[in-house]
Design a protein around this ligand. Structure first.
Ligand SMILES: [Zn+2]
Length: 104
């Protein structure tokens, strides 16, 4: 497995990204990675309950996809996954805009 190596803006040391998440309020999670050298945090994206619900469905669909042998059914599931993933990424974009709009 390969992991992405980045250089920290703060301390200029290299580290490999490992994603973490933290609940910001009852519905919003912040997904981020942090520098192990200086602890600087890099926010990556936000998820809310709707996004996480969709992500769970995608995960379930992948599991179903792997367990099914029928090609036609697999294609149907795969198409469904692609649609959902597209929806998830636009939901994440919207959420990011909302969170970056600042207070108010
Ligand atoms: Zn650092």
């Amino acid at each position: 497995m390969s992991s992405t190596i980045v250089s920290c803006d703060q301390c200029k040391q290299d580290f490999s990204i490992s994603m973490e998440s933290r609940r910001l309020d009852f519905t919003i999670d912040l997904h981020y990675f942090s520098c192990p050298h200086c602890g600087h945090e890099y926010p990556s994206y936000y998820t809310d309950t709707a996004v996480r619900g969709e992500q769970r469905k995608v995960k379930d669909s992948w599991q179903r996809f792997r367990s099914i042998k029928d090609i036609a059914k697999r294609e149907k599931i795969h198409a469904d996954i692609l649609v959902r993933q597209k929806r998830i990424s636009s939901m994440i974009d919207e959420l990011k805009e909302k969170m970056c709009a600042g207070s108010g």
